[in-house]
Each structure stands twice: as C-alpha cells, then as structure tokens.
Design a protein around this ligand. Structure first.
Ligand code: NA7
Length: 462
C-alpha cells in the first residue's frame, strides 16, 4: 500500500481519506467480503452450537463462530431533542451525517455545538453563509492545526525511517509522534515553559497539551497551559466580550478532547459571524423560522447540529446483543461498559470489540490502537484454531480487575473533572463512567502481549 499511496496534507480531507480507503479495499481485494449498507439489528449467542446468529434489519442472517464488532467509538450521532424542532421549516443538518448536497451559500445558518466538529465546520460555514450564528454552551480549548500540503521532502523523510517511526508509535503513550514533555511544571523555569508552549503552538496540533509531563495530573501544570491558550484567544479575537465568552473556564484543558482548528478564533472577527453564549441566554425553543433564546429570535434557513456522538457505547447499545443465557449487553452495561482488556466481555463468548471502552481507543491515535486490536484478535483466533478450541470468553474476575485498574488510573488524573463524552456526560441518562483506558498505548500493548504469552490468562478456552 505504501508504494501506491502518498498523503498530500498533514490533515487530509474527508475526500482524500475516502480515496485512501477505496484504494486499500481495491488493492487488498476486500470488496467481496464487505456487505455495504447493512444495518445489524441483533446478535444472539447460541450456547449449544457455540455460534452467533447475526441479523440485519432487512431480515438477512449469518451464523459466524466469531463475532467482531468494529462499530466505532464515534459513529452514533448524538442529536438532542430541542423543543419545537419538529416544526422548524428550515434545513436541519448534523455534522456526523453530512449530506453531499449541503450547499449553504447565501443562507442564514446556525450552528449548535463547539466541540471538534463545530470548530472545524464554523470557519468553513462562515465562508458560505450570509450570516452565521454560533450557539455555544461550553467554550472549548482550540489549538491551531497548521494544516499544510506535505512537500515531497517531508514524505521522503517519513518514508526513510518508516519502520522505526511505526515502532515508536506502538510503544508511545498516545500513538502519536509528539515532542517529549519538558518535565513536571515545577521543575521547568517559567520562561522556558512559556517558550516551549509557544514553540508547540507554532507546530500546531495536540502537542500543546503535553508540554509538561503532569498537565493531566496536576492542576497547576494544567492551569499554565490553559492560561496560555486563553491568552491566545484574547489576542486573536478583536471584540473583548466575544473573546471572554470564547475562553474556556469550566474544566481543565485536555479533559475534553482538545479541538484542533484552522482560523477558528479569527472567524469571530468576521462581520457575518455572531457568537451566542447559551450559558447567558439559553435556547428556549426552535420556531418555524429559526431559534428562540431567552434574549431574542434568530431567523435561520439552516441549523447545523454539531452536537457530537453517543460515544464508545452508542453503536453497540443500538444492536440487540444477547450473550450466554440470553443476557443482553445493554443490561450487562447498564451501569457503564465493563470489559476485559477493552476487547472482550464476560458472558459474551467469541465476541470481540475493537478499540472499544476499556482500551486506549479514543485516548490515542485510534488507527494505531485499531491495528493493535486487529493483530491481537487475529493471533488469538489462530491460537484457538491451533488449540482446537471452539470458544473463548473473558472470566468475570479478570474483567472486574481490569475495570478496577481502569477506574484507578482515571481517578489519578484530571480527566473526570470535565463533563465529557469520555464519561458519557454528554448524553442524558448515560451512566457517568470514564470509558477509555488511560494507561497508554505502549503499556496497554505490553499488557495484552503478556496476557497472550501467559496462555491468554483471564480467558476461558472451551
Ligand atoms: P463533542 O466534542 O461532544 O461536542 C459537541 C458540542 O455540542 C459541545 O460543544 C456541546 O456542548 C454541544 N452540545 C451538545 N448538546 C447540546 C445542547 N443540547 N445544546 C447546546 N449545545 C450542545 O462532539 P464533536 O462531534 O464536536 O467531536 C467529537 C469527537 O470527534 C472529538 O472529540 C474528536 O475526538 C472527534 P457541551 O460541551 O456539552 O456543553
């Protein structure tokens, strides 16, 4: 694949990523193995046959021995119900379900939500719309993407030591190539720390968050980085009141996924862009012509919901999955997801979840984490075949220990201090449990490899 493909940008567009996936599927001959436009409605484990029965919503069914859910952690849109929305006569769109024909040129557009999706959509929509109104509930921390075309010299440098770079990713904390932290904030002279933050701001991307080794464990280190970003916001936004409203105040930087944007703050200097602070003037209702807040009516031809995802469990919870003895996954996870190694669930034999809750997943470069899971599950299936085993299942004890370890690690960090989707806090009624594993990609890989080397300790083979 590397011989056939060169990325053109630091952050490739959706179209380029789609072309890459298409090329990979062509080259690897995957098409005959993929059933597109297929919605799986249910999966039942048959104890006696030791097989799953998988049913699509159109009645088709399959009976595999092994069932792997690669349903994604950010694939189920979260679309809150706003009063009056059904009577709204304009166009209602969601960033997670963007139609190809969404031409908003010359329209009055409203955006609800200022997480990563909103941050990326807002500057682009501001270019098209006659008037763009951004409805912000919580200001986020946005760092510059510094996206740019990749020069052949850059890609050549990457190619030259590709295997070494790949191995370094596998052993790293986040699965990214980031400059190493300077050390704990207390050991870094203030001027040096600020210069480092400045250097990282110029590089762009997530590296701003890891300037010090204790940003996610020490409130003082976190405050230094958060203050630095607030300073950048105030410098970028002309109107002081708008700048203040855009300054995040309610949670530690990084405790919600850091947003990466291009000209995000500068967009608020445009004459056709207005920020509405929903904490000061909440949305009361949609009207047939737009949105009414506690302060006034906004006439809108289109409203874009950038309201995120029912993350990590949303896709799985919409499939009626029943394991041993007919036990539903929804019930097993009623108080939050419980897994062993983030890949297997006690009571659900021969079932695997890729990059799901309990694994580094969304706390990492997810592609690196997905690859690791795919390879680990592949090796496990080969081991089962060699051992003549027909079933594999996590033990309840191993699962309890894994959940406990994950909770302990999360409790030692600042992550639980934000109402994030990592915690399920963005979806009404969802249990508040920190879902991803925070131990780091390299450490996690080591644990998984150790489990395999130990004859798949914590699993029962039948
Ligand atoms: P996020 O990060 O969950 O952001 C959703 C945004 O929508 C966030 O600003 C929310 O405000 C806002 N929101 C959600 N519900 C409402 C209601 N009812 N009213 C007003 N505002 C609301 O989703 P994204 O799609 O941007 O990004 C998800 C991940 O994809 C991202 O982290 C990257 O990893 C890739 P809130 O903060 O809850 O007050």
């Amino acid at each position: 694949m590397r011989a056939q493909w060169r990325w053109t940008q630091r952050y490739p567009s959706a179209q380029e990523i789609k072309r890459y996936l298409q090329t990979a599927a062509d080259l690897l001959g995957l098409h005959p193995h993929i059933s597109l436009s297929t919605t799986v409605a249910a999966a039942d484990y048959d104890d006696e046959a030791g097989r799953w029965e998988v049913r699509a919503d159109d009645g088709r069914r399959w009976t595999p021995r092994w069932l792997i859910f690669a349903t994604g952690s950010l694939s189920q849109a979260n679309a809150p119900e706003f009063p009056g929305a059904s009577g709204y006569r304009g166009r209602l769109l969601h960033t997670a379900d963007w139609p190809g024909d969404a031409d908003l040129r010359g329209k009055r557009v409203g955006v609800i939500g200022t997480g990563s999706s909103g941050v990326q959509a807002i500057p682009a929509l501001a270019e098209q719309a006659t008037q763009l109104t951004v409805f912000q509930r919580t200001a986020g921390y946005v760092v510059p993407a510094r996206n740019h075309p990749l020069a052949p010299t850059e890609t050549d440098t990457i190619e030259a030591d590709y295997p070494t770079r790949r191995q370094a990713l596998r052993e790293s904390y986040g699965g990214w190539h980031l400059p190493p932290p300077l050390g704990p904030v207390a050991e870094v002279p203030r001027d040096e720390g600020l210069a480092e933050l400045q250097r990282r701001w110029a590089i762009g991307g997530l590296c701003v968050q890891s300037a010090f080794s204790d940003v996610m464990t020490n409130p003082e280190a976190n405050a230094v980085v958060a203050d630095f970003v607030r300073g950048k916001i105030r410098a970028a936004v002309d109107d002081p009141a708008t700048a203040e409203a855009l300054c995040p105040q309610h949670f530690p930087i990084g405790a919600k996924r850091l947003c990466v944007g291009t000209d995000y703050y500068e967009t608020y200097n445009r004459d056709n862009v207005e920020l509405v602070d929903l904490r000061a003037t909440p949305i009361e209702t949609f009207t047939p012509d737009g949105i009414r807040t506690s302060a006034r009516d906004f006439g809108l031809d289109a409203v874009v919901l950038a309201t995120g995802f029912d993350a990590m469990t949303g896709a799985l919870s919409r499939i009626d999955i029943r394991g041993r003895g007919g036990r539903r996954l929804r019930d097993a996870w009623a108080a939050g997801p419980r897994t062993y190694l983030g890949v297997s669930v006690a009571g659900f034999p021969n079932m695997f979840v890729l990059a799901g809750p309990g694994s580094p997943s969304v706390m990492s470069n997810v592609v690196v984490s997905i690859e690791q899971h795919v390879e680990w599950v592949r090796d496990l299936l080969a081991h089962l075949t060699d051992a003549g085993a027909g079933t594999v299942e996590a033990t309840a004890e191993a699962q309890d220990r894994w959940v406990e370890l994950g909770n302990q690690i999360a409790a030692g960090t600042l992550y639980p201090q934000a109402d994030s989707w990592y915690l399920g806090a963005n979806v009404r009624g969802k249990p508040r449990v920190f879902m991803p594993f925070l131990g780091g990609v390299g450490t996690y890989r080591g644990i998984c490899d150790g489990v395999a080397a130990d004859g798949y300790k914590g699993f029962t083979l039948g």
